[in-house]
Design a protein around this ligand. Structure first.
Ligand SMILES: [Zn+2]
Ligand SMILES: [Zn+2]
Length: 201
């Protein structure tokens, strides 16, 4: 499939995690594969990897499975830019690689778009649903089979990261009583309230 040491079995693991096969998942899979390949070739030290993703769509699931960078570990950072751009860097050095999807890569055919619309509006017939998933899988396969340089602009990068989150004590919110990290509490007329309580009307 791809020339990285990433196998179709790896893609199946991503699809299992994500719940379906789709072009977005294929993009994330190829981006993560390209990033890991670049890092293997260009990085000497074995520091913790951090992934910065500039969207929160399907492909991010493949990034999590392939790189092991997850929200819970704090090494998956989401920037809400709505772009298919994935950066993989070392935690300490900030050095790494930026993988950005090229224009046109994920463009859908007219029929594909028509079917997406019908599915969204829940007006697709059984046959149209089947046709949609056939086209959707085909498009994913196409992305999986393309040379990586057709898909992405890849360049080295240096990113500065916010410091690692500190383990800090929690105290009870004066309103709801739920334990809350001290730095997240807001002073409301001398009472410490959590953000959820603050937002309540
Ligand atoms: Zn998907
Ligand atoms: Zn509260």
């Amino acid at each position: 499939m791809t020339k990285e040491n990433v196998t179709s079995e790896d893609f199946n693991r991503c699809a299992d995690f994500h719940g379906h096969v789709c072009p977005g998942l294929a993009i994330g899979f190829r981006a993560a594969g390209a990033g890991l390949e670049w890092l293997r070739e260009n990085r000497s030290v074995d520091e913790e990897l951090v992934a910065i993703v500039e969207n929160n769509a399907c492909g991010v699931d493949a990034v999590q499975v392939l790189t092991g960078c997850t929200f819970g570990k704090g090494n998956l950072i989401h920037k809400d830019h709505g772009k298919q751009v994935f950066t993989f860097i070392g935690r300490d050095s900030g050095a790494g690689v930026r993988v950005a999807m090229k224009p046109g890569v994920i463009e859908l055919s007219e029929r594909h778009r028509e079917l997406v619309k019908k599915i969204r509006e829940e007006s697709a017939t059984e046959d149209e649903r089947k046709e949609f998933w056939d086209i959707h899988r085909q498009k994913s396969q196409e992305i999986l089979g393309k040379p990586v340089e057709d898909l992405f602009a890849i360049r080295s990068t240096n990113a500065t990261l916010p410091g690692k989150a500190m383990i800090e004590p929690s105290i009870a919110c004066d309103q709801c009583g739920e334990p809350t990290m001290v730095s997240k509490l807001i002073d409301l007329d001398g009472r410490n309230v959590c953000k959820e309580c603050l937002d309540k009307p």
